[in-house]
Design a protein around this ligand. Structure first.
Ligand SMILES: CC(C)(COP(=O)(O)OP(=O)(O)OC[C@H]1O[C@@H](n2cnc3c(N)ncnc32)[C@H](O)[C@@H]1OP(=O)(O)O)[C@@H](O)C(=O)NCCC(=O)NCCS
Length: 323
């Protein structure tokens, strides 16, 4: 018998504080119109000063477990994607495990920046396929506001905070058809938070604790890589572009999302976008978009979803899912 995994619940959380483009224009040399035209972002959410990645992950996970109808005893694996963990270690997954009263199974973080959720999702899917787990909690959660230089107009307009989660369960039928992961470390300097744990830098100036990014180069590689990896997912399963009901993309820039929709020949009505009000929440953006579209009734059981994300590394990937 072949094991597959399928999504049995989704959940998400956004912090209360709304940061508008107008407020950003008061801090750096930019404007509401420039941000909307170049990124599609109108506003974003920022965590409260005392709110951590684990705090947000906890609420998103509770909501996903509630919709899945499962309790703490039912989860035997936690895979949490973040590049803004509460601590260097223990992992945020272990902190979350304790908060949720889950015991016994494995819990670990995955770091692939904005591609983190797809990496975590692929990891959990493969655990379940291998028979090594039955029910996995997969979370993407970020406090990007803590690694942003709020004086850098090239990055501070883009990133934001939030969390999303899904519960994956062993199933006789897909569920998840396939996942596709890629990385290219040669691009390590184009998008990075270089600082913090830096034993090799003793005789050099401390590296920046804030994000550095060459936006236009990131844009160019993201469009090419994501276009390829969504078509790779369809080809691997002998499916056509017309079979896809919904594209659930990473929310980095509306122009990147539109370019991928064009490669898939999808109308924007078949694309879930949350970037307008949520900005780029890194590893949280795909499960946030999925949960948004499930809860407002757009994504329905039985539909075919194509998930994709791209981030620092570079790392990128896709997942083809029957919901
Ligand atoms: C960052 C990004 C919005 C910049 O848009 P862009 O159209 O590529 O703009 P460029 O970087 O080419 O800069 C064009 C001009 O706008 C300026 N500019 C940059 N940020 C600006 C801002 N917030 N407001 C106003 N002007 C800005 C630049 O300084 C540049 O000015 P110049 O022509 O006088 O030198 C865009 O490159 C992007 O979204 N890249 C992808 C980033 C991303 O997705 N990262 C995460 C991946 S997970």
């Amino acid at each position: 018998m072949t094991n597959f995994s399928r999504i049995i619940g989704t959940g998400s959380y956004l912090p209360e504080r709304i940061l508008t483009n107008e407020e950003l224009a008061g801090r750096v040399d930019t404007s509401h119109d420039w941000i909307v035209e170049r990124t599609g972002i109108y506003e974003r959410r920022i965590a409260a000063p005392d709110q951590t990645t684990c705090d947000m992950a906890e609420i998103a996970a509770q909501r996903a477990m509630e919709t899945a109808g499962v309790g703490a005893d039912d989860i035997d694996l936690i895979v949490l994607a973040t590049c803004t963990p509460d601590r260097v270690f223990p992992s945020t997954a272990c902190l979350l495990q304790e908060r949720l009263g889950i015991q016994g199974g494995g819990a670990f973080d995955v770091t692939a920046a904005c591609a983190g959720f797809i990496y975590a999702f692929a990891t959990a899917d493969n655990f379940i396929r291998a028979g090594a787990a039955k029910r996995a909690l997969v979370v993407g959660a970020e406090t990007m506001s803590r690694v942003i230089d709020w004086n850098d107009r090239g990055t501070c307009i883009l990133f934001a905070d939030g969390a999303g989660a899904v519960v994956l369960e062993q199933s006789d039928e897909p569920g998840v058809y396939s996942t596709h992961l890629h990385a290219d470390g040669r691009y390590k300097d184009l998008l990075a938070v270089p600082g913090w744990v830096s034993p090799d830098y003793n005789d050099q100036p401390a590296p920046s604790p804030f994000m550095t990014m060459q936006g236009n180069e990131v844009f160019r590689v993201a469009v090419g890589s994501l276009g390829d990896v969504v078509l790779e997912a369809l080809k691997a399963n002998g499916l056509e572009r017309s079979d896809v009901d919904w594209l659930i993309p990473h929310q980095a820039n509306i122009r990147i999302i539109q370019a991928i929709a064009r490669r898939l020949r999808l109308s924007m009505e078949q694309v879930v976008t949350t970037i307008e009000t949520q900005g780029n929440t890194s590893a949280a953006s795909v499960p946030l978009a999925l949960d948004t579209a499930v809860r407002d009734g757009r994504v329905k059981p039985g539909e075919l979803l194509l998930l994709e994300a791209f981030g620092g590394g570079f790392a990128w990937g896709s997942a083809l899912v029957r919901f």
